[in-house]
Write a protein that binds this ligand. Structure first.
Ligand code: AP5
Length: 213
């Protein structure tokens, strides 16, 4: 069988990262999250990470050239040969065209649909492990001990861009830059939409079904 490549689309807080974590196991392919790659670059203090910082903190898109160089490097790694789940990439039509122009064909694009009113609560309540990246929510998916990751014992804290004012920018950027990808992939016959307002388990079943149909 050839490489299996998928894209998870959806607004900030739709549950792309939550679903990707489950899909890694179910499909046996890695998740490639440009948000995670950028945060890792910042943490490592690379030049690219430094350049990305102000955009991320303001909830704006990092310039395409920076993101594409990170993605190219990641796709060239050995574990991406059998496929991958792209999470948070592409983020605009130019990035989708860049992917296509490299001859990279994706099998399916799953659009996780959650209306804006639910997103603010999801994002302001999100907490993330600084060590392993596990994601929690103070109300719907809390850690057993406050501030401590159940999976690895690491420190769990709030992402800097999960602040109400920055979230408003991220949602605005999503509607302007990213949502046109829904029609872009639908026209190419690749898009399936799932209702992301259901429980994470139910969404996962729907995503798996969408990947196979
Ligand atoms: P990125 O890290 O990609 O953030 P995002 O797209 O804003 O997505 P999130 O990680 O916020 O949400 P998610 O959909 O993964 O939700 P999650 O599963 O965590 O990007 C960050 C920044 O990096 C961007 O603003 C930009 O600056 C830059 N960037 C990244 N990629 C870029 C690119 N390609 N080009 C340019 N710039 C780029 O869930 C959220 C919360 O909801 C959690 O608490 C979770 O527990 C909860 N939850 C999840 N599912 C459910 C459910 N079914 N029911 C109830 N609660 C749920």
């Amino acid at each position: 069988m050839g490489a299996r490549r998928f894209i998870l689309l959806g607004p900030p807080g739709a549950g792309k990262g939550t679903q990707s974590a489950r899909l890694i196991e179910a499909l046996g392919v890695p998740q490639i999250s440009t948000g995670d790659l950028l945060r890792a670059a910042r943490k490592a203090g690379t030049e690219l990470g430094k350049q990305a910082q102000a955009y991320m903190d303001a909830g704006q898109l990092v310039p395409d050239a920076l993101v594409l160089s990170l993605v190219e490097e990641r796709l060239a790694r050995e574990d991406a040969r059998t496929g991958y789940i792209l999470d948070g990439f592409p983020r605009n039509i130019a990035q989708a065209e860049a992917l296509a122009s490299r001859g990279i064909a994706v099998e399916r694009v799953v659009n996780v649909v959650v209306d804006s009113s639910a997103l603010l609560g999801r994002l302001t309540g999100r907490r993330v492990c600084q060590q392993c990246g596990a994601t929690y929510h103070i109300q719907t998916a809390p850690t057993s001990r406050e501030g401590v990751c159940d999976a690895c014992g690491g420190v769990v804290s709030q992402r800097k861009d999960d602040d109400a004012a920055v979230i408003a920018n991220r949602l605005e950027v999503y509607h302007r830059e990213t949502s046109p990808l829904i029609e872009y992939y639908d026209r190419r016959g690749l898009l399936r939409s799932v209702d992301g307002l259901q429980t994470a388990d139910v969404v996962f079943d729907a995503v798996l079904a969408a990947l196979e149909n």
